[in-house]
Design a protein around this ligand. Sequence first.
Ligand SMILES: [Zn+2]
Length: 229
Amino acid sequence: MTWETQLDWPRVVGGFIGRTTRSTRAETVAEAVRSMGGTRIIVDARQVHGAEVAVVDDAALDRECVTIERVDGFVTASPRAALVIYVADCLAIFLSHEGAPAVGLAHAGWRGLAADMPGVLVRTALEAFGGSPSDLRLALSPCIRDCCFEVGEEVAEQFDAISGAVDRSHAKPHLDMIAIATAQLREAGVPAERIEVMDGCTRCDPKRFASYRWDRERCGRNVAMIGLG
Ligand SMILES: [Zn+2]
């Protein structure tokens, strides 16, 4: 198990792991959780491409592995939780609330971005734990970047109001999920210097990353994880 990128934030452990397959995933996640230290409960989600974010408290951590139904993100102040999100070309959004302290993690493809998942994640963290957007740190994972993310006009036009979101210089529009998520985080009040972007396009680099657009049905998953350290 190797972290592709580890979070370098105070009192936070976790990061982004590249390509895992159906047969290696459980062991990889277990190993990553052990490397995060402490006794942790794995918390994942039955991801549905929506923009619901759950608040996970200690009472919910009653099994070795907890799956939250029908959400695409969660926040927690429990040091026992290891939040896990699986992505192929989609974006994982990491959050640290330094005032609480608390952490959060969300999954967003274009559907999640159309529903403002980055803004929902920020607002859920602040409603649950108080504080202000400048208490937060956010990081955007490797995903299919604007070099490769060809979409239909019906998808592109949903993001035309956001500067830099759509590139129409190609045969089909290209979508920039990093530009969109960054704009939505800024709109939610997060200062620009509190937002980090992890390097890498999942479609450009199939050796490092799982990519649905590259592999289709055989596609593995990249893994995003975060916990309080
Ligand atoms: Zn690319």
